[in-house]
Design a protein. Structure first.
Ligand code: HEC
Length: 273
């Protein structure tokens, strides 16, 4: 074995030791998941395009070498045949594409994080938000509680709850909330010119790291805007901790891909040329 290969092995051994000491790395796992786009498809406790991290952790509970196995899937993807999460109705894609930008070291940190911290996040109360902030390119940054949201134009809309299976006849619920458009109008998007404002993106972030993006034209200049809504009540009752207290839905989309619980922040970013 040559010198570099040894150095590599030693580094992995050193990493294994750090991983064994646990905790300190948890925050890094979260950050890596954020920077590598894992939350586009995964959430800690809720199924999205991919299975929830807690379902993955449960699948591997007590299995030896699980971290190594998962780190391989993370970098290389789960292969054309997939692992069957979709067949079990726990994913919306047949397999995970490779995340080739993730280094070996980071894939091990992510794997360990999925198996522990992220996967244990079944206690959803820790994600609950009671107010949202509106920040970024706005003239008037805001902090809005549910009571504050109720001072804005409130409307009710019909929604098919996410997670309804296609075979069942879906039962719509009535959600009560405020259009993203009205919140942004209160905060007033700041841009050098109206033309520049049109180039902004609106990022809605949830406290579990999930993120939903809208373009300015979708929100202000298309039917999507009439359904992009922050809601806080369903069927006349406040949302529960599990439902998010403050949640986001895009009711004019064809699918449920833009839906977030536990919304914590709305951020306006102007895209530079
Ligand atoms: C494009 C969507 C997408 C992205 C991005 C994505 N995943 Fe996945 N992931 C999936 C899907 C779908 C599955 C289920 C695959 C299957 O059944 O084969 C999956 C499976 C997994 C598994 C394996 C589950 C098992 O049974 O072994 C792990 C671990 C995982 N993802 C972690 C991650 C991490 C960490 C990231 C970020 C670096 C990430 N994923 C990014 C969609 C995605």
């Amino acid at each position: 074995m040559n010198k570099t290969a040894w150095a590599g092995l030693l580094r992995i051994a050193a990493l294994a030791l750090t991983l064994a000491s646990g905790q300190a790395l948890a925050a890094d796992g979260f950050e890596l998941a954020q920077t590598n786009g894992c939350f586009v498809c995964h959430q800690a406790a809720t199924q999205r395009i991919g299975p929830s991290f807690s379902d993955i952790a449960a699948k591997y509970a007590g299995k030896k070498d699980a971290a190594r196995q998962l780190s391989r899937y993370i970098v290389k993807g789960t292969g054309p045949a997939g692992l069957g999460w979709q067949a079990e109705d726990k994913a919306m894609l047949p397999h995970m594409p490779g995340n080739s930008a993730v280094t070996l070291k980071n894939s091990l940190i992510l794997a360990q994080w999925v198996l522990t911290e992220a996967g244990m996040a079944t206690d959803k109360t820790r994600f609950v938000t009671h107010k949202i902030s509106v920040t970024g390119q706005v003239r008037q940054p805001l902090e809005l509680s549910i009571e504050d949201l109720q001072q804005l134009p409130v409307l009710q809309m019909k929604m098919i709850p996410p997670g309804s299976h296609s075979e069942e006849k879906p039962v719509p619920i009535i959600v009560r909330g405020v259009l993203l458009r009205d919140i942004l109008e209160k905060a007033a998007i700041q841009a050098a010119s109206p033309h520049d404002a049109k180039k902004s993106a609106i990022l809605v972030t949830a406290s579990d790291g999930y993120r939903v993006v809208f373009s300015w034209s979708e929100v202000f200049n298309s039917p999507i805007g009439e359904g992009a809504m922050l809601f806080f009540a369903r069927d006349g009752k406040p949302l529960t901790d599990d439902e998010g207290r403050i949640a986001l839905a895009s009711l004019r989309d064809n699918s449920h891909s833009r839906y977030a619980k536990w919304v914590s922040m709305i951020e306006v970013r102007t895209l530079a040329d």
